[in-house]
Design a protein around this ligand. Structure first.
Ligand code: GLC
Length: 428
């Protein structure tokens, strides 16, 4: 078993639970064309104000969201308390730019936290350290909506990034003191440069922020985006599947892939590159087979719903998880020495000593497991608990002729079981 670098926060539950829901919800849901819309279209605060004035998620039902997440098999959630646009979902005392001052007229975060807790999920806050609305935030030439404004330099005169940092720290203090125990703080993100407007540990005063975070919530899991060399718990590869267990300085670390259903985090009406349920299950399996977690994102609509495409996919994943949660929860990369068969992914539960073969492309008749002869006491399909027998017939022997004596051959039903990704459970 791979030992990860010890984490300052409590990751013991995290590496068991494996599967979480990311929620990106803010004013950008109204534009419905990416959460970076203010930047992409270089909108001014005045131009963006129309969203603030009209934000009215009348169908918002956090209990329904929480139920869908639980039924999908997710064990925790991480929600954008504030994204780069600067808009706050909760009733912060430090700003007027918040949900209670829109037509929504109320704190939208608190009922969400309660609803998810009631469904048994752990609570995580995504908080953008980037802020395109705050008047003291230095306009940088990289991400800020006004980055190409001819008077950008002059616009920065009188801005004091230190004052913004104080605001940032104050808001994080609110989030970590007013909502009970918080399991994850997902800060996003840093881009240190040697320019004064670069946004790294100096711009955020990350060391000081870090000390406060640990003082307020010692067990909290902190991600890796505050530009700190030490103190973070989790590495967060975004929108790609790493080829192997993530390492830092050669040592394996706790990690979490964050992925979208389609290309956008915020609700995107016209985006068409939605992954299929099979791909999504494949992504979850692939992640756990490399010792990681999957944080899968929904961008709710401006009326406060998960749109039909997201609901369908969550439901499909839930149907799969109902039968195959055993190969995900508490599981991790298989110990060294187990060779992954063609078109498969392995996961392993160190507590029960069971190995799970996820078959991405169903072979005809036989599945060959090199190095496994004599190591398996019993094998079954996970979806229905039906026995899978070793291939002792002529066909198997013939096909095995060119294989090593250590190959275990399993006889599979001709028809692929009617599940997105079939799993064979091996009792070692
Ligand atoms: C990014 C993006 C963003 C998204 C996030 C999720 O850094 O700026 O919009 O929230 O990653 O990982």
């Amino acid at each position: 078993m791979l030992e990860t670098i010890p984490t300052p926060g409590d990751t013991s539950w995290f590496t068991q639970d494996r599967f979480g829901l990311f929620i990106h919800w803010g004013l950008y849901a109204m534009a419905a064309r990416h959460e970076w819309v203010k930047c992409h279209e270089a909108m001014t605060d005045e131009e963006y104000e129309k969203y603030f004035r009209h934000f009215d998620p009348d169908l918002y039902d956090p209990r329904a969201w929480a139920r869908m997440a639980r039924e999908a098999g997710m064990k925790y959630f991480v929600v954008t308390t504030k994204h780069h646009e600067g808009f706050c979902l909760w009733d912060s005392k430090l700003t007027d730019y918040k949900a209670p001052n829109t037509p929504a007229g109320r704190d939208l975060l608190r009922p969400m936290v309660e609803a998810f807790r009631d469904e048994g999920l752990r609570v995580g806050f995504y908080h953008s350290v980037i802020d395109w609305h705050h008047p003291q935030y230095l306009i940088d030439p990289h991400t800020h909506p006004q980055r190409r404004h001819p008077e950008r330099q002059q616009m920065n005169v009188g801005r004091d990034q230190g004052k913004y940092a104080a605001y940032l720290h104050g808001q994080v203090r609110e989030l970590l003191t007013e909502f009970g125990p918080i399991d994850i703080l997902w800060a996003d993100y840093s881009f240190a440069t040697d320019q004064p407007e670069g946004k790294g540990r100096d711009a955020w005063q990350s060391e000081k922020l870090y000390a406060m975070i640990r003082q307020l919530q010692p067990k909290i899991i902190l991600n890796d985006r505050l530009d700190l060399d030490e103190g973070w718990d989790v590495k967060t590869p975004e929108q790609y599947q790493p080829r192997q267990w993530l390492r830092v300085d050669g040592r394996p670390v706790v990690w979490e892939a964050c992925q979208t259903f389609s290309g956008s985090w915020g609700y995107h009406r016209d985006e068409a590159s939605w992954k299929s349920p099979e791909q999504l299950v494949g992504m979850l399996v692939d992640t756990v087979s490399k010792g990681g977690n999957l944080l899968l994102n929904v961008g709710p609509t401006a009326r406060g719903e998960f749109d039909a495409r997201a609901q369908e996919r969550l439901a499909a994943m839930g149907r799969w998880m109902k039968y195959h949660g055993r190969s995900i929860y508490g599981c991790t990369q298989a110990p060294e020495g187990f060779k992954t068969p063609q078109d498969c992914r392995l996961t392993y539960n160190p507590r029960t000593g069971r190995l799970y073969v996820h078959v991405f492309a169903w072979p005809t008749g036989l599945l060959h497991l090199d190095g496994m002869a004599g190591r398996v006491k019993y094998a079954q399909l996970l979806n229905d608990g039906s026995e899978i027998r070793p291939g002792l017939n002529h066909e198997a022997i013939a096909q095995r002729a060119d294989m090593g004596a250590d190959t275990l051959t399993l006889r599979l039903p001709v028809r692929k079981p009617d599940v997105l990704v079939p799993v064979i459970e091996l009792f070692l």
